[in-house]
Design a protein around this ligand. Sequence first.
Ligand code: ZN
Length: 163
Amino acid sequence: MVTTTMETLSIRTENKFRTLITKQAYKKGEVICSMPSENIMDKPNRFTVQIARDKHTHVGKLAALNHSCDPNVVLDTEHMLMIARRDIEKGEELSFFYPATEWEMQAPFICLCGSANCTHVVAGARFLPLSTLETHYLNKHIREMMIELLNNTKHHLKDLQKA
Ligand SMILES: [Zn+2]
């Protein structure tokens, strides 16, 4: 069953820095809630999540989700669900890998998550090497845009060889 109320999630604010905390434990693969879609626009801003090539949406409470290079949830934008990536304990902060939904972010930043596989610069999937992206859950629109970028690169390389 899908919880849509998000009653199990609370936002903690400390020095204007917001974190999303779960009030209950989840098992890996469990659906935590559905993703709200409140306002769809064609350009990203720092509060939106990209759900398709030209679609960015406000996600209500989930806007408090921070980025991590070793996240505990994934946002599945095809089914509009937030899912536990691993077992999560009650009281844990929830985080997701921003480039899993974002192709090119409006407000890039330096990541200080401290995980062994930290990407350091978080600017969107198009700025990350495939070897990094491969280790993450990626949404369909990101996979498609990555394939397109690679195909274009191949064409450019061919043109260079001809010249
Ligand atoms: Zn990081």
